[in-house]
Design a binder for this molecule. Structure first.
Ligand code: BMA
Length: 813
């Protein structure tokens, strides 16, 4: 038992037992049942080959976690047991007395334990009920069917549970249905009140920021107390009278010379320590000062969709976040820091915490705020229909929404609260809702309205958007195809097998989902396969692919764009290049449509287990080739070449997402595959911030047949700012030469490891040490003849996998 005189962490000496069986293992907190069993080798690695379904007994069973702690003194007065997150249905006992029940992973529970607590040894037990059984029972007891996304979720009816929806499986997730305790377990001694939540709002005016703080508490008796807040040494306090029951009290604190928080690339991320104190208890927050707005004004196209931070419109570059690991105990702060750092290193400034996952712990948002990553936050509903006609279920959702809005209210990274993921579309996916749309639409509106009401009541600084995708509030139009207003999920390329070029058929106002799959690296594939599995059509590789037909789609796309590779390793490498090309095509085109388009978040940043998926970071956090390509196509300053759809000319467009106008010198060259580099000349441009700018045009014929365009740009001070290529036809249509590439690894005078690559002929997608733990300044690069390219090691990651030998790969004929 660790803690102060009035608060103790109960994280030690837990034992987990399976009800009705002899299994007993140590249970780490925070932690989950599968991880505890795995640590003691009671179960095999769930990710190995096709182990998954053999572990269904784990979520079908009941489990009991227990610990004993000692109260030295007689526990007189009020005590409360606070649990940040229990997954999911559980009954709690203290010294054999039932003290409460949990029924949502997304709620903090505060249980009054005053009567059950005793001097000396105390036994705390948490009985986890089987989530899968609870889900089935709830549907059985419901008056009619509420369909769930059965083609993604192997485990049915999780739409009845307030638990990460992807725990039942998803088109990238294993269905383990974890159970566990994810946050802290704290015993709190209370004197008069129990301090529950704080809501922080910022008011910016005339160069001064006023923080309006509301403290929410529960009192047992009337009392005169002092509510106080301190912010970096400055203290404000207020006398308050509390009455029995739930209550709240307000306090303001003014910051005269505020240092503003900015998203990465736009300024600093100063953070202030804020402490709110009431009746001997305190809540600590780190806060950043910023104003954030969602601009949805009407324009000649439809309606805008842009984020404005501190008065400046920001183009959002990023990806979608799913839970960090299918085994929750592995989602540690270190692991998540690595993933989020990789996001920033790839020039992302926003992530979307997707609605089929979970509200993350406080430290997740602290990291985002510290790194300058904006967070688009869905409420946790995705792709299913929901039982919102049940008043108890809806009441649980209301509590969840209010608690989460308050908990995250001080985080400067919080850019948006969004109602759900794809619930409007889901109305059209199921037989039941197609036959009786009225019923399910009304249910949807009850849910959506409850969330809107919670936002309305709490008034967080972050704006609200009803759903993703959505054409607009109370607009039930097609957010998958309408590119005139709202946010868009554009899936026609992957899910309808259209060519990459089809991305250029739309210009979304903000594309919050689109993606293309690839296989993970050889190193990750080896971590879950036997040698005989290493074939894309093998049952094990098909098991580690959760989107029906996904492996065939990847393979078929490779045949469309590349000459077909000889072996498995070349095929997995090419799958990653093809994924990167898909995203490059979409994102460079949409960035060139700025400010019509003001954001692109691709699907998906990370993976929860080793699987073929749309992620740029594979399981464990290694960089797929997409992530290296993302670092280039997401560079704040970019020049891109796009074909004019009408006449075939090549249009060169400069995009400047930095906070100031920039003078650039752009060098344009034609590179002949069998010949040399021919300069087309230099162009000087001043790039504005607010819009992409056409720099020049090149006639398609000027490029000839076996040649491509190479762009290289410098800023005024002579600094190399970036480069890009444009291939006027598919890679398979070129006659690729066989390059001879030399490689020299050495340490430079700054002590950094550098790899110098040199080729005698043009070489594409040249990649060094793929799947390794070193992050390079660049990788998967184009080499021009006789021009050395240096890859600097910028970071060394840690991995749970055995090391992989460094190899050089490039695109072969
Ligand atoms: C999007 C997401 C997820 C899914 C992905 C890939 O619509 O919201 O539901 O994993 O598509 O199909």
């Amino acid at each position: 038992m660790r803690g102060t005189h009035s608060e103790w962490l109960l994280h030690d000496d837990w034992i987990l037992a399976r009800i009705g069986a002899p299994t007993k293992v140590p249970f780490a907190i925070p932690g989950d049942v599968h991880s505890a069993l795995l640590a003691e080798e009671e179960i095999p690695d769930p990710f190995w080959r096709d182990t998954e379904t053999s572990l269904d007994w784990v979520h079908e069973s009941q489990w009991q976690a227990e610990t004993t702690f000692t109260m030295e003194a007689d526990p007189t007065g009020a005590y409360c047991l606070t649990l940040d997150s229990v997954d999911c249905h559980a009954i709690l006992f203290l010294n054999g007395i039932e003290i409460g029940r949990c029924e949502s992973q997304f709620l903090r529970y505060d249980f009054d334990v005053s009567k059950a607590l005793q001097k000396g040894a105390n036994r705390l037990a948490i009985r986890f009920l089987s989530n899968s059984r609870e889900a089935r029972d709830k549907q059985d007891q419901f008056p009619f069917k509420v369909p769930h996304i059965f083609w993604n979720c192997r485990l049915p009816h999780y739409n009845f549970l307030r638990k990460a929806q992807c725990h039942a499986g998803w088109d990238w997730n294993i269905a383990l249905s974890p159970l566990g305790i994810y946050g802290t377990v704290r015993l709190r001694k209370l004197s008069t009140v129990r301090l529950d939540d704080v809501m922080v709002r910022q008011h910016h005016a005339d160069g001064v920021v006023r923080l309006d703080i509301t403290a929410f508490y529960h009192a047992d008796e009337p009392a005169e107390l002092t509510l106080a807040a301190s912010l970096d040494g400055q203290v404000a306090s207020q006398a308050i009278t509390v009455w029995p029951g739930e209550g709240k009290a307000d306090l303001s604190i003014t910051i005269d010379q505020p240092r503003l928080w900015w998203p990465i690339g736009h300024g600093e991320q100063p953070l202030y320590d804020l402490t709110i104190m009431l009746d001997g208890q305190s809540i600590e927050r780190r806060i950043g000062l910023r104003q954030i707005e969602l601009v949805t004004d009407r324009d000649e196209i439809g309606n805008r969709f842009a984020f404005r931070v501190n008065g400046r419109e920001i183009f959002c570059r990023g990806a979608n976040w799913i839970p960090a690991d299918a085994l929750p105990a592995r989602a540690t702060p270190d692991h998540v820091r690595d993933l989020l750092t990789s996001a920033v290193e790839a020039n992302m400034n926003m992530i979307r915490v997707w609605g089929g996952g979970q509200y993350e712990p406080d430290w997740f948002y602290d990291l985002c705020s510290e790194l300058g990553l904006l967070v688009w936050h869905d409420f946790m509903f995705a792709c299913n229909l929901y039982p919102a006609s049940d008043p108890d279920w809806l009441a649980l959702v209301r509590r969840e929404a209010r608690q989460q809005i308050r908990r995250l209210s001080s985080q400067p990274c919080m850019a948006l609260w969004c109602g759900d993921n794809e619930l409007v579309g889901a109305l059209t996916w199921y037989e039941e809702s197609k036959k009786d749309r009225d019923r399910y639409l009304v249910m949807y509106d009850r849910l959506n309205h409850a969330l809107e009401e919670a936002i309305h009541a709490e008034r967080p600084d972050s704006p609200f958007w009803p759903s993703s995708p959505s054409v607009g509030p109370l607009n039930f139009g097609d957010g998958w195809h309408d590119d005139t207003a709202g946010d868009m999920h554009f899936w026609d390329v992957w899910h309808s097998a259209k060519d990459f070029e089809h991305y250029r058929s739309v210009q979304p106002r903000f594309c919050s989902e689109f993606g293309f799959q690839s296989f993970p690296s050889k190193r990750v594939i080896e971590s879950f396969t036997e040698p005989q599995d290493r074939n894309v059509s093998s049952p094990v590789m098909e098991t580690h692919q959760r989107n029906e037909g996904g492996n065939s789609r990847i393979v078929e796309t490779i045949a469309r764009y590349f000459r077909f590779p000889d072996g498995f390793d070349d095929l997995t490498y090419l799958s990653q290049i093809s994924q990167g090309l898909a995203m490059k095509t979409a994102i460079e085109y949409w960035r060139s449509a700025k400010p019509r388009c003001m954001g692109t978040l691709y699907w998906q940043l990370n993976d929860t287990w080793p699987v073929a998926s749309w992620s740029g970071l594979e399981y464990g956090g290694g960089w797929k080739l997409l992530h290296y390509m993302a670092r280039r196509f997401y560079a704040p300053v970019l020049v891109t070449a796009q074909p004019d759809r009408a006449c075939g000319d090549i249009i060169l467009t400069a995009i400047n997402d930095s906070p100031t106008p920039l003078d650039l010198t752009l060098s344009i060259a034609k590179v002949e595959l069998q010949g040399g580099v021919k300069a087309f000349g230099d162009v000087h441009v001043t790039c504005p911030m607010g819009r992409a700018m056409e720099v020049t045009r090149i006639k398609r014929e000027a490029l000839g047949e076996d040649a491509f365009l190479h762009l290289n740009w410098l800023s005024k001070d002579g600094l190399h700012r970036g480069e890009n290529d444009y291939l006027p036809k598919r890679p398979k249509d070129f006659n690729l030469p066989t390059p001879s590439i030399s490689l020299d690894e050495h340490v430079n005078d700054k002590g950094e490891t550098e790899i110098t690559l040199l080729s005698d002929k043009p070489a594409f997608f040249v990649t060094y040490h793929h799947g390794g733990d070193r992050i390079f300044s660049d990788n998967c690069v184009t080499l021009l003849p006789d021009r050395p390219k240096i890859l600097t090691v910028t970071r060394q990651r840690r991995s749970h996998l055995p090391p992989i030998e460094a190899e050089l790969s490039y695109l072969k004929q």
